[in-house]
Design a protein around this ligand. Structure first.
Ligand code: NA7
Length: 538
């Protein structure tokens, strides 16, 4: 089948790309491995799954009608509600017929003669397309640790990112959860309410802040609709792409009393505003430590047994450098008599056996095991596709030392391939629905420019790419982010190169750079027509 563009992935990024490209009159097919749209919100169905960005922010804002037609029930949405929202958007924009569901893209190869891609799927389908747009998402490929004896375990093993569609009933069952990132911390209090016993295996303690979720009132919804235009502007004038109280001062610009009071105020608000109480928390280790000390105190307040509190309290990496978690009753759950915490750092998991999990020489018998062990993040889903560019260059070989691209959008040697919400872009460090609209608009404008100027292919220049990768690393190194073993760095996957994979400079700076490149005739990209050899425009 011959099309103008193939999009891979039906999350926020893919749906927006599909809408914009169809609007421009291109023939487009979106290929999605799930049975429905939603991306991470389709697959993450585990108990307690919730977004850590507020509902009124975490949605598209390109259409006032869409906003008026959808009613968010809660301040922080359940994953299933966001999936339903994306399904609503898909139908409302009449996009469903352009999506091939339950289909996985296995390979994509570029032909330098025709300047087109051949995309192959697991259903035997083959597409001939000019543009290949990878909207595969940063949190798509589950990380499933290979514990010895997994096959011997007699009970059920679930992964939070591949939760069954049917309801899983844990009543009367002895359950183990491995992992205490967002997925584990959200699931643990909910599973604990149902299970007979719950044993949590924690390798690294996380910093978790109260989400303070609540039902959204009609007044709040009406107010957000009244300020639709103004809020759109605000989102584009702040680095994170979401309306949130911004800091004016550094931690040490105020007295200790003022600091404590501001931390407390933000803590009570709930959610990420705590992290932005002061402007140097993510940059200055001493400032960060003040915020971390506040959180540690709150954990001690919540957990009755000081020995358990000690295991739950992070001390060896800065607050916020592993993605902080927003929870409801996480720490309090460890006060329940049927909930046990195993320090899997002091007593590493050795293997599974027929009865359960063996850690520190002891068997913990359980009926069910929940792996909340995260993702091969940011690059996993891209590299799962066997992508071959110019001169038989394989992306898997090119990215052995970490992801490289220009602007987080184009990869040198892989013409007409665009990444959305991918490595070296703001992605999960910003408000994703807003970030993907900016990147999507840039890509649509770029494709229009190519058409208008009779250009058959666009390819990132290697020098521009090297400079961008260096810039992304330099920005990250100015922050505290590289100081933790996080998925941002690939540190959670054995053998993965340790490279900070996201752009920490914020959406404003990122947009300015993207716009400057476009305004200069796509400087930093090589533009090629079918007949002529490479034309250097920069
Ligand atoms: P995360 O945040 O990567 O958390 C995974 C957790 O699983 C984390 O506590 C890991 O410990 C733990 N883990 C992973 N492998 C093992 C093994 N082999 N043994 C013991 N423990 C292990 O993934 P999530 O799904 O919770 O969240 C991902 C993002 O989704 C989140 O940041 C939000 O953006 C939404 P570790 O810390 O590596 O020691």
């Amino acid at each position: 089948m011959k099309v103008d563009a193939i999009i891979v992935g039906a999350g926020f990024a893919g749906i927006y790309m599909l809408h914009r490209l169809k609007e421009k009159g291109l023939s487009v097919k979106l290929i999605e491995m799930g049975k429905d749209v939603g991306g991470v919100w389709y697959w993450n169905r585990y108990p307690g799954v919730r977004c850590d960005v507020e509902s009124l922010e975490y949605q598209f804002d390109f259409s006032e009608e869409l906003r008026r037609e959808w009613r968010w029930p809660e301040r922080y949405s359940r994953g299933q509600v966001i999936q339903r929202y994306l399904s609503f958007v898909t139908d409302r924009l009449n996009l469903r017929s352009s999506i091939a569901f339950e289909t996985r893209v296995e390979a994509a190869a570029y032909d330098d003669e025709t300047k087109r891609w051949t995309v192959k799927t697991d259903k035997g389908g083959s597409f001939d397309t000019q543009f290949l747009i990878l909207a595969t998402g940063p949190l798509t490929t589950p990380s499933v640790p290979k514990f010895a004896g997994m096959d011997e375990f007699k009970g059920h093993i679930y992964h939070t990112a591949r939760w069954p569609e049917h309801t899983v009933d844990f009543s009367g069952r002895n359950v183990a959860v491995i992992g205490t990132g967002s997925s584990g911390i959200q699931a643990i209090p909910v599973i604990a309410q149902e299970a007979k016993t719950l044993t949590v295996f924690q390798r690294t303690p996380h910093y978790s802040m109260p989400v303070t979720n609540r039902v959204l009132s009609d007044e709040e919804i009406a107010q957000s609709l009244d300020s639709y235009e103004e809020d759109r502007k605000i989102r584009r004038a702040v680095p994170g792409g979401m309306k949130m109280p911004l800091p004016q001062k550094g931690v040490f610009d105020v007295t200790p009393e003022e600091r404590e009071s501001e931390f407390q105020r933000r803590w009570t608000m709930g959610g990420f505003p705590f992290l932005t109480a002061f402007n140097d928390v993510m940059m200055n280790p001493e400032a960060n430590e003040e915020a971390a000390k506040f959180v540690r105190k709150r954990i001690r307040d919540k957990v009755k047994d000081p020995k358990i509190a000690n295991i739950l309290i992070p001390t060896d990496y800065p607050l916020g450098t592993k993605r902080p978690v927003l929870d409801t009753n996480y720490y309090e759950t460890f006060n329940e008599p049927h909930v046990k915490l195993v320090d899997a750092r002091a007593n590493p998991i050795e293997c599974f056996n027929a009865q359960g999990i063996v850690a520190g020489g002891k068997t913990y018998p359980v009926d069910d095991i929940v792996l909340a062990t995260g993702f091969d993040a940011v690059t996993g889903a891209v590299l799962n596709i066997d992508i071959t560019g110019r001169d038989s260059l394989r992306l898997r070989d090119v990215w052995t030392a970490g992801p490289a691209n220009f602007l987080g959008i184009g990869i040198a040697g892989f013409p007409n391939l665009f990444l959305v919400d991918g490595p070296c872009s703001p992605s999960a460090l910003s408000n994703v629905p807003i970030a993907v609209q900016q990147q999507g608009d840039w890509i649509v404008d770029c494709i229009a420019y190519l058409h208008e100027n009779d250009i058959a292919a666009i390819d990132a220049d290697e020098e521009a790419q090297d400079e961008w990768v260096k810039h992304v690393a330099e920005l990250a190194n100015r922050t505290l982010y590289p100081r933790a073993n996080s998925w941002y760095l690939g540190a959670n996957i054995p053998g993965k190169p340790r490279v900070f994979m996201l752009y920490t400079g914020g959406l404003i700076r990122y947009r300015e750079r993207c716009d400057a490149v476009a305004a200069a005739g796509y400087a930093g990209f090589r533009l090629e027509s079918i007949k002529e050899p490479v034309k250097e425009l920069n």
